[in-house]
Design a protein around this ligand. Sequence first.
Ligand code: DAK
Length: 264
Amino acid sequence: MAYVTYETEGAVAIATIDRPKALNALNSEVLDDLEKVINGIDLDAVRCLIITGAGDKSFVAGADIGEMSTLTVEEGEAFGKKGNDLFRRIETLPIPVIAAVNGFALGGGNEIAMSCDFRICSENAVFGQPEAGLGITPGFGGTQRLARLVGPGMAKQLIYTARNIKADEAYRIGLVNQVVPQEELMPTAKKLASIIAGNAPIAVRACKKAINEGLQENIDDALVIEEKLFGSCFSSEDQKEGMANFLRKKDDPKKVKHVAFQNK
Ligand code: DAK
């Protein structure tokens, strides 16, 4: 793949957007490569995905302005659909996805980060939706996901003013969960991912589905979604082993053992 590298470390996969000459900006080819990587993930083996950008300056500096500048209305819609479909695929991927934001996350860069389950970033990260200054609206879900993440008032202020914010402000408004020095970004992301990968994968997937799908519903319907997913866990061996291990521990602390969840 020319613009996205993919590697696995145990049950953790890392997809790195790698287009240094344009600060990892998203053109059609990058979107195509990322789609291929996402579609190629072995979901029987991988339990958590990290998405990051190559280098130490930029996560993704937005959609490619050069490519976008000459789009017709129809081409603009097609480009928007390509990005939206991919970002929605990331958002609804059965396994958790962590954005490790290593620098600029502007426009489509912030939008791809917001499609992930949560974001951690390096101290030099910069977030923003600069589209209003370019004569467009955020086109890869930014108006919707930013408002859901930081609230409509803050999202409107950031989008209308097209103001970029630094990592500390992104943390303060809840856009990112953690800010770390640049050199600690990937180790921190991998550590979080491996903790997630060590928990029962069926349960983790059910949690993601419950949160994502429940947020689309009113609280009564959302709780029904949770009940069904909760119930479904009781057909898994992971549930039986997880709870048996707790009871063994209570019975005799020396019997404590690490549960290697089997995804069954
Ligand atoms: N697109 C293309 N090239 C980019 C780029 C981008 N978004 N961002 C940076 N580059 C390129 C620069 O042109 C430069 O290339 P060369 O001149 O070296 O060939 C190289 O990356 C290095 O950038 P700079 O020289 O500018 O580096 P600086 O450190 O001085 O500045 C910067 C870094 C990130 C502040 C600056 O590059 C910048 O402001 N970049 C643009 C950021 C931006 O506005 N991003 C948002 C793009 S709008 C839609 C779908 C999606 C979208 C909209 C509609 N539909 C169709 C529905 C999404 C829109 C966006 O993302």
